[in-house]
Design a protein around this ligand. Structure first.
Ligand code: GCU
Length: 703
């Protein structure tokens, strides 16, 4: 990952750093302080290619002194209280100071975890070869809950994981604690991530059994010094599943009591448990609606169970959609009436878009509608709809686009990022989560570049204003090389990769053209399913007269969910950003686009552009051999070949399929598809899908 700590290759820089850091001085002996000091030792001796001295007092000239005013007399003597007061419980200060008249670099914070985060930031400065002169950096997170979600099943098969088996080796826990558990904690802590949900939202009730709690407690023990809180996905029907009650009705006092007792038991094993994550009444999962109660009833009952402990929260997922609502985009209707009804230790966890992690979605209107509800973002690092771990698809641009979207909820400045931060609606609890996919693969994430999206997520969860480009550059420097000749083209490659993925899959606001269940290859012709909203034709509405889903007031009127200024823009076929056009409008094949092309011509153009972008990514990568180690160079090169092959399949399948409705020719100048539509349909039926596990096959649901 980005913690390889290879020696600094720039001789001049290396010499300067060696002079500037002579010693690490740490006082305070908490586990967290020890980890911070150990990380500095490990990193500095790697980067500076020589062991680095350590001490607990009498700093030498150019020492690196770390601590809090409470655990370090040296830090306390500096009188940094005003600076530190502004940085809260997790922030830090990195500054040049004088200690005993000698120059020292200081990493100071109010808490031990602040020192840990500051240490990682300091290391990052060296890894990216920045100057240490006149340092004065203060940083504090903008959001409280910065959480990763694992969709790991207890049999170690990871839903939509694509990077091997689950990291959690239940068979050998708690006795054996793999070294990877600590490395995993370091990776997250290096980004300021402070929570992890260990198991799949399609939750196995056994996660709350003593057998598993004992294993989970062992993991919590490893994560604790890194201040990564443990959260569990729970199955709403646990009381019946445990055979204790015949109901899970949230208003039944016996059910309430059951959860109180079970939660108390969980806290015995994990006294600092973060809380629960719940997927209820969604895709076949049980929930309060099974008992004619609503989501707030269910969430509040669980939140009350946490109350005596005063620590925990309930992340209640808003990913709920019923086949009966006519337009899945309107799943907001489930939650909107409940605004203000959720307990204050419940946070609604909302996917960035209204459907499901598609290559491009407008934002979920819940973000601008739930003024009295704590809400947090749910992103996906796992490339479920982006070619799994075989395609290069940096998600930073998607996250940035989403976080910077102006909603106008309370006038200008009501961006999603500001709403999450609690600046727009003044909510009490804030957060951001991402579904991540690490598994037993040696490089953790399958495709080495999936790491970059994990990285970008963590950085943006800390500060939603950090740009995708900045995160990409940092990641490239830390992971591969600081060579500018490498950074510039690679940054461009990463920044293009998301749009390329949109273009060859679902440009102009098309969505969900996947084959049923697998989410890998194209099958825009999919029309038969147990649920209409699990077909492709439901989403694209292709017809002789045009393409796209009419969500204006002459259609499903989902546009009315957005604040008026935005609804006006989205509702106007000439004002809506073209990249969202077919999300909101059913448009004639001859509709004139801004480029002067017709809709049909533009659609073809975008599909072809996507393939060309992948080819440009290949060329860019091929020129990087000098800066990348042989194994990763060869792997990424090979995967880009797979990506080109798949992009062509996507392009040709979709263009040929939509052509059956438009009745128009592929304009001159584009390479012609090698096969006919029937070929691609057959291919979709027989295609090998590079996913170790198909949810459709094993759990009876698929979307
Ligand atoms: C998608 C995904 C499922 C997942 C679900 C969720 O539908 O395909 O595998 O369970 O999202 O987020 O709950």
């Amino acid at each position: 990952m980005w913690l390889r700590y290879q020696p600094i290759s720039n001789e001049q820089q290396l010499k300067t750093y060696r002079k500037q850091i002579t010693q690490v001085v740490a006082q305070g002996d908490s586990a967290t302080m020890q980890k911070a000091a150990a990380e500095l030792q490990r990193c500095l001796s790697g980067l500076l290619a020589k062991p680095i001295a350590s001490a607990t007092k009498n700093p030498a000239k150019n020492a690196l002194v770390i601590g809090t005013p409470n655990n370090s007399t040296l830090i306390a003597a500096l009188g940094l209280n005003t600076e530190l007061a502004a940085l809260g419980d997790e922030g830090y200060l990195i500054a040049e100071q004088k200690i005993n008249k000698r120059t020292a670099l200081v990493i100071a914070a109010n808490t031990d975890v602040g020192v840990l985060y500051g240490s990682f930031h300091f290391l990052h400065l060296l890894q990216t070869q920045q100057s240490l002169d006149n340092l004065n950096i203060g940083s504090a997170p903008k959001l409280q809950h910065r959480v990763v979600n694992h969709w790991d099943n207890l049999n170690r098969v990871e839903e939509r994981g694509y990077a091997g088996l689950s990291l959690w080796d239940w068979g050998t826990l708690p006795d054996h604690k793999s070294e990877r558990y600590e490395d995993y904690a370091r990776i997250n802590a290096s980004l300021g991530i402070n929570g992890t949900v260990l198991n799949n939202v399609n939750a196995d009730p056994r996660i709350l059994s003593d057998q598993f709690l004992e294993k989970i407690a062992a993991l919590a023990y490893v994560f604790r010094p890194y201040r990564i809180k443990m959260y569990l996905s729970i199955n709403y029907n646990s009381p019946p599943a445990f055979g204790d009650l015949e109901t899970a009705d949230p208003l039944d006092p016996r059910v309430q009591q059951w959860w109180k007792e079970r939660t108390a038991r969980v806290y015995k094993y994990i006294p600092d448990l973060g809380g629960y994550l719940v997927k209820a009444n969604s895709e076949g999962q049980p929930g309060p609606q099974d008992y004619n109660r609503n989501h707030a009833d269910g969430a509040n009952m669980l939140a009350a169970g946490q109350k005596p402990f005063w620590l925990g929260v309930v992340f209640w997922r808003a990913f709920v959609y019923s086949p009966d609502i006519g337009d899945r985009f309107r799943s907001y209707d489930e939650f909107r009436p409940l605004d203000g009804k959720f307990a204050d230790n419940v946070i609604l966890q909302v996917k960035n878009g209204p459907i499901d992690f598609q290559p491009r979605e407008p934002y979920s209107a819940l973000f601008s509608a739930m003024e009295k509800t704590n809400m947090m973002m749910e992103f996906q690092v796992t490339q479920e709809y982006f070619g799994f771990a075989t395609h290069l698809a940096y998600q930073g641009p998607l996250f940035e686009e989403s976080l910077r979207t102006e909603t106008y909820a309370k006038g200008e400045g009501s961006t999603i990022g500001n709403i999450l931060e609690g600046k727009v609606f003044k909510t009490k609890r804030t957060g951001m989560a991402a579904v991540i996919n690490p598994g037993t693969d040696r490089n953790w994430t399958g495709h080495p570049f999936v790491q970059s999206s994990w990285y970008a997520f963590g950085r943006m969860a800390w500060d939603h204003e950090i740009s995708a480009e900045t995160a990409a550059e940092e990641w490239l420097r830390m992971t591969f090389s600081n060579e500018q000749k490498f950074i510039d083209p690679m940054k461009e490659l990463m920044m293009t990769s998301r749009e390329a993925g949109v273009n060859y899959r679902s440009p102009l606001g098309l969505t969900h053209l996947y084959s049923q269940g697998d989410h890998y290859g194209p099958a825009p012709w999919t029309e038969n399913s147990e649920r209409p909203d699990w077909t492709a034709i439901y989403y694209h509405r292709a017809a002789k007269d045009g393409l796209g889903f009419n969500r204006t007031n002459t259609g499903s009127n989902a546009i009315a969910q957005y604040p008026a200024p935005l609804a006006k823009i989205y509702g106007d076929v000439n004002a809506v950003p073209e990249e969202l056009l077919l999300w909101f409008h059913h448009v004639s094949w001859d509709h004139k686009m801004k480029s002067g092309r017709t809709l049909w011509e533009e659609l073809v153009h975008k599909y072809y552009e996507g393939v060309e972008q992948v080819r440009a990514m290949q060329t860019a990568w091929d020129a990087q051999e000098a800066w990348v180690d042989a194994a990763r160079f060869a792997q990424v090169k090979a995967l880009l070949k797979v990506q080109e092959r798949d992009a062509i399949i996507w392009r040709d399948s979709c263009v040929l399929y939509f052509q059956t409705y438009s009745g128009k020719l592929i304009p001159a100048g584009y390479e012609k598809p090698k096969h006919d539509l029937e070929y691609y349909k057959t291919l979709a039926r027989t295609r090998y899908v590079p996913e170790p596990w198909h949810p459709a096959e094993s759990s009876g649901f698929s979307s």
